[in-house]
Design a protein around this ligand. Sequence first.
Ligand code: FES
Ligand SMILES: [Fe+2]
Length: 348
Amino acid sequence: MTAQTIKNFSRTDVDMPDGNPSQRVGKRLPAEGEDGVFSQSWFPICMSSEVEKGQVRGERFLDGKVIVFRGDDGVARVMSAYCPHVGADLSIGAVVGNHVQCAFHKWEYGGDGACVKTAIGDPAPTKARLFKFPTKEQYGVVWAFNGETPDFDIPSFELPDEKLAIRVFRFPELLNCDPWVFAANTPDMQHFKVVHKTEFATEDPHDSVTWDDYGFRYKVIAAHQQGVPIEWTVGIRGTSVFWQEGPYGDFWIGGMVGFGLPTPGKHELFAILALEKGDGSAEFEAQLEENFGVAEMLMNRTIGEDIDILNTIKYCPGTLTAGDRTLGKFLQFLRRFPRAHPSGAFIK
Ligand code: FES
Ligand SMILES: [Fe+2]
């Protein structure tokens, strides 16, 4: 083959028995940051344990930087990182009461992001304010909503908080795709069977998927690997929160993964495991520890099975089949999902 023929070769040159060219027939999905906008969804920013009372820290988010700080009132707040005075990075500032104070000229910003004080006594300019993200702390994670006001809630497990023992894991490596790419695994029933070797006990549950404007859920009744019976509700909220709950063999597991968005084209996993707390007896504590071991193994094995695919995929729907009915609907959902970037002028 000459260099010329190699150069001119394209996917449409592949011979197909029916005479049709093989090509990527689908329309690609909008990437995060494309046209300067991002999904209006909840994203994990840091673990609650990473920002104690009186602390401020910086995190990459969307196409810029935010701070997370926790004042005397114990409330974690996520705001844009750059001081509107002349642009110092507030993550090297300090927390004073419930304010964050800039390291440079010591201006202070209150809980709503407005400048409340300058150090030399000049009145605080009314236009000097940080962008305040809607912020929520749930299951040991600080979450921020990309938008002015949240359109939907982070999911809650069916068991009340006081009955749950929670562990949170922040994975050190970034994954090489947008959060929605991982979210698209949940409606992808082919992948459950093939990648995770899950044997559904019923017909594929496409018809029992419940949808609303901000996500979906459905029940998986199946035998997991090694034949362990599962009866899980699984779902996605927005483009960036996966959750599942239900029995795994003889104990209940709640799992949630928030897909952080530290920069376009990457995501960061915040995984939450929730188990039933029990009565606190030594016997139950030992059982709980053992169950956490199983749940962690399951989480790491599942992510391990997905990770090489997620790190290399160029997601573009092409020839979907009947088994992809729910996936196809989710891809439509993603195309319509609201996108915006109200913090754009603040975080860069
Ligand atoms: S740059 Fe922050 S107070 Fe001057
Ligand atoms: Fe998967």
